[in-house]
Design a protein around this ligand. Structure first.
Ligand code: HEM
Length: 266
């Protein structure tokens, strides 16, 4: 599949179909990688293998993780209707009902951002991060020899009662109205590491946040969510198995439009 996409991009390049070649379409990241690989003066020679590995990395690391985070967030919102209502009020007040939420609205939607943080705390799509000790070290009374494989349980840290009040409650307000409001997702606070930390931390954090926050905001803005016929039905929150902490069961619900979508989409 990736070979086919690369070949199509090479054709674009030959027929000068995109921006910088002829000015019609913008170049995407693959066009730019091909440009670099054709550049004989580049400090590092980018091979086809490098390009394939890079694209695969983005697909593997970037798609399922973001999709699962949106799915867990929706499940939590369906089970916590008061939180859903509050998020909807915020979006209706800041964005209104005549246009869709856009990425540029996100800085003005603190409660929505808190919902995503709270989702990442309880359901980190990277539940375990892995390191190797560079040298001998003693920490917390444990001696760790050099070259030991270390597993950091991000999932358990996010639920640790020593760091979180009512850790099992889905409570986005914890990130708004107390000392946790400054708590960031980018690995500066070691009791909250949804994107890891340090030089091997997630390179896609900014993109992931934009995608997850905007997607979730649009869903909240446009739909009510109904499970079966019982208005009080709750979503089963059982976790499944897998490196990205998927749900045990797919999230099945009926989206009920709450806005007149056609004029908005037009
Ligand atoms: C909600 C979505 C995402 C979550 C929760 C997430 C989480 C993580 C975590 C926990 C790590 C390991 C960090 C560490 O070991 O310190 C990681 C690594 C990585 N992520 Fe993400 N990620 C997400 C989305 C993305 C996206 C959208 C991309 C790119 C398109 C991406 C690209 C990567 C890459 C390339 C690495 C490996 C970095 C390295 O080893 O140097 N991730 N991610």
């Amino acid at each position: 599949m990736i070979e086919k996409i690369i070949k199509e991009h090479e054709e674009d390049k030959k027929s000068m179909r995109c921006d910088g070649y002829l000015g019609r379409e913008a170049k995407d990241v693959l066009h730019k990688l091909l440009d670099i690989s054709d550049d004989n003066d580049a400090p590092i020679k980018l091979t086809r293998e490098h390009i394939k590995a890079f694209i695969l990395d983005l697909l593997v690391a970037g798609t399922h993780t973001s999709a699962i985070t949106v799915e867990w967030a929706l499940a939590q919102l369906i089970n916590n209707q008061d939180v859903l209502e509050k998020a909807r009020e915020e979006i209706d007040k800041i964005v209104g009902k005549r246009r869709l939420v856009e990425e540029s609205d996100i800085p003005n939607l603190p409660y929505l951002r808190a919902i995503v943080k709270e989702t990442l705390r309880l359901h980190p799509a990277g539940p375990v991060i892995i390191r190797e000790s560079a040298e001998d070290y003693t920490i917390g009374g444990y001696h760790i020899p050099a070259k030991t494989r270390l597993f950091v349980n991000v999932w358990a840290i996010g639920r640790d009662p020593q760091h979180w009040e009512n850790p099992f409650e889905f409570d986005p307000d914890r990130f708004i109205d107390n000392r946790l409001s400054k708590l960031d997702v980018r690995g500066q606070h070691f009791h909250f590491l949804p994107f890891g930390s340090g030089r091997r931390g997630c390179t896609g954090t900014t993109l992931a946040l934009q995608v997850v926050q905007t997607t979730l905001a649009m869903l909240i803005q446009c739909f009510d969510f109904k499970i079966g016929d019982d208005t009080n039905a709750k979503v089963d929150m059982k976790e499944g198995e897998g490196v990205t902490l998927p749900r045990a069961h797919p999230l099945n619900f009926t989206p009920i439009p709450r806005l007149d979508l056609l004029p908005i989409l037009n």
